[in-house]
Design a protein around this ligand. Structure first.
Ligand code: ATP
Ligand code: MG
Length: 461
């Protein structure tokens, strides 16, 4: 694994290096070029002046040349040399062989050369001229400029020092910044490991307002959700085992009392067997409901088909009419036509059955249940209202939670496990619907479910 610090460092260092190298080379080269240009124009014109002075001489002889040069101020040059047509030096202020430039000037060209040798700018210029006798000559001037060279070297030295300081500063800053960043990332990774080890209530401390902070906040949100899910799962498992344990214990108790008693009469045995059967029925219903819930939880949807809710309501009522008759609850139906939605028939059956069953079960003798189904442009709406015992406002929020009962003793007596409404809720959600609960006037509750109406092309109607 290549660490972020290394990557960060190498990128910044490369950029810095390129920048510093450019900074060190560019001013030097450009100022040298500038000096060279200036030297060229200056020396060529000076050589021209000397040449024109020399061309006033009758012939190219050393005495005449010396005389002319003495009159002119040429002290600033390092070497002055004059050659005649054959290339023979007639005057030379310096020593050594004749400069090559003279020969090229005798060919009729103006020659300029310049260079920089650590301590000085060295430039030389040679120009041809014609003496009065018509013979060709050439004059050569050379110069060493130490002053300028020293100036440029000083500037370069300063740039170098500044570069080193900048580089050192940048390295320290980059390292510091990378360390700070890394520390926060390490903190994040550490927190993730803690949560991965199962400590779901752990929350990271977040500071600042940058992307890492955002990452930390997202992480905390995720952990919170994980925590919530985990708690829900535990609660569910414990509730479910409790729900299963209670009827099982009753069954055992009833069966044991028959087995351990030698002289039980047939009527008592029948009575106990009936109780056992009813407890078993409750167990069966609870396990069936648990299976339904786990299927809805999986989110594996059976394919949606057009479902006419009126037909589903009528099917559910076939099973519920006996219960309503037994409880002396009157059913009022207002079922509109064409209330078709895209859903799964079984899920919709659960919705209608559970809501209507509750409306009958938690009702009073002589009470009523109103089942209404209608549609408008956008939605298909189902409402189940009753004039029953009602649901206290503080319980309405939790009514769709698993195993939640308003009056534990009462609904357990009526055979409920508190799963019906969670199934209804999950089934409605799974098909894109909404469910709400409110009070009915003057008493009772109303459950309202609405689904978006599918387009004609979907239902084929
Ligand atoms: N129409 C209603 N009127 C009054 N209380 C209701 C009504 N519907 C539901 N409740 C309350 O909400 C609780 C949860 O209902 P839910 O249908 O989820 O469970 P249940 O009827 O007890 O059991 P199950 O439906 O699983 O057999 C019920 O126990 C009851 O207290
Ligand atoms: Mg119920």
């Amino acid at each position: 694994m290549r660490s972020i610090r290394f990557q960060f460092f190498s990128i910044i260092l490369t950029v810095l290096l390129i920048l510093l190298v450019l900074l060190n080379i560019y001013p030097l080269i450009s100022s040298r070029d500038l000096v060279f240009q200036e030297k060229e124009s200056g020396m060529v014109s000076q050589a021209g002046v000397v040449a024109s002075a020399l061309s006033s001489l009758d012939s190219i002889g050393s005495s005449g040349v010396e005389e002319v040069l003495r009159l002119m101020d040429v002290s600033g040059f390092e070497r002055i040399a004059v050659a005649d047509e054959d290339g023979t030096l007639v005057y030379d202020s310096g020593r050594g062989p004749a400069p090559k430039e003279l020969q090229r000037a005798l060919d009729g060209k103006t020659v300029f050369r310049s260079g920089f040798d650590e301590s000085a700018f060295v430039s030389a210029c040679a120009v041809p001229y014609l003496a009065q006798d018509g013979r060709l000559g050439a004059v050569y001037l050379s110069e060493r400029d130490q002053e300028r060279a020293a100036l440029i070297m000083t500037v370069q030295g300063r740039i170098r020092v500044a570069s080193i300081v900048i580089a050192a500063l940048a390295v320290v800053l980059v390292l510091g910044f990378a360390e700070l960043l890394l520390r926060r990332i390490r903190e994040l990774v550490k927190s993730m490991r803690i949560v991965a080890d199962g400590e779901y209530d752990y929350r990271m401390k977040v500071k600042g307002r940058d992307e890492i902070t955002e990452l930390g906040e997202e992480f905390n949100l995720l952990t919170e959700r994980l925590d919530e899910t985990e708690k829900q799962r535990r609660r569910f498992v414990s509730d479910a085992s409790h729900e299963l344990k209670t009827p099982l214990a009753s069954i055992r108790l009833l069966a044991d009392s028959v087995v351990q008693n030698d002289n039980v009469d047939m009527a008592t045995v029948r009575e106990f067997a009936a109780d056992i059967s009813s407890e078993a029925k409750r167990l069966q219903r609870t396990t069936e409901e648990l299976l339904d819930l786990s299927r809805l939880d999986d989110g594996v949807h059976v394919q949606s088909v057009p479902v006419d809710l009126k037909q589903v309501a009528l099917d559910a009522l076939v099973l519920l009419r006996p219960l309503a008759a037994e409880k002396k609850v009157y059913l009022h139906l207002e079922l509109g036509e064409g209330c078709v939605i895209m859903a799964n028939t079984d899920d919709m059956f659960h919705v209608l059955f559970n809501l209507t069953e509750n409306a009958i079960k938690y009702n009073v003798e002589g009470g009523g249940v109103w089942l209404r189904l209608h549609r408008d442009e956008e939605n298909v709406t189902l409402s189940v209202a009753d004039s029953g015992i009602g649901i206290p406002e503080e319980d309405r929020l939790n009514i769709f939670s698993r195993f939640y009962r308003v009056d534990k003793a009462r609904s357990r007596a009526s055979g409920g496990s508190g799963l019906g409404l969670s199934i209804v809720h999950d089934a409605v959600m799974a098909h894109g619907g909404k469910i709400t609960v409110g009070p009915n006037r003057p008493q009772g509750s109303v459950f309202t479910v609405s689904f978006p109406r599918p387009g004609e092309e979907e239902t084929g109607i």
